[in-house]
Design a protein around this ligand. Structure first.
Ligand code: AMP
Length: 140
């Protein structure tokens, strides 16, 4: 497996070098909205420590990311009126991973509504800003 690349997009977001729509942060994890959401409220949860994916992430960091993903899943049900939540996590290109800093997708779902294909459409910044504000408030 290739080494962790500190210049990946999510590492730049963590360092504040690129903007994001933040919804949650603690000492070990960070969460922000996906800019090409597969459904409204699609959130990405990442460890603050460098990890390419599940194959090199220390177990404790992974466990913490899972705890935060659960917190966000629960909050998103209320905020987005979801009937369910899809949680996904991809590893290496062969596993569907595109950005090589470990991340868990938390995707609120409505009954009978298909998810959009991955990376199909950028959401408007003002829409993401409003959604991030509501989700962050529910998580505070
Ligand atoms: P994957 O690596 O396949 O699990 O997916 C990477 C995800 O990152 C995709 O859902 C993209 O829409 C999302 N993404 C890519 N760039 C950004 C960004 N700058 N901010 C937020 N999400 C992003």
């Amino acid at each position: 497996m290739p080494a962790y690349d500190p210049n990946n997009i999510f590492a730049k977001i963590l360092r504040g070098e690129l903007p994001c729509f933040k919804v949650y942060e603690d000492d070990k994890a960070f969460a922000f909205l996906d800019i090409m959401p597969r459904a409204p409220g699609h959130t990405l949860v990442i460890p603050k420590a460098p990890a390419r994916n599940i194959l090199d992430c220390p177990a404790d960091d992974l466990a913490h990311v899972a705890k935060v993903a659960q917190k966000i899943a629960k909050a998103s049900v209320g905020v987005f009126g979801a009937d369910g939540v899809t949680v996904q996590q991809f590893n290496e290109g062969a596993g569907g991973q595109v950005v090589f800093h470990l991340h868990v997708h938390v995707i609120p779902r409505k009954a009978g509504v298909m998810m959009k294909p991955p990376a199909s459409e950028k959401e408007k910044p003002e829409v993401l800003a409003e959604q991030a504000k509501k989700l962050a408030a529910a998580l505070a």
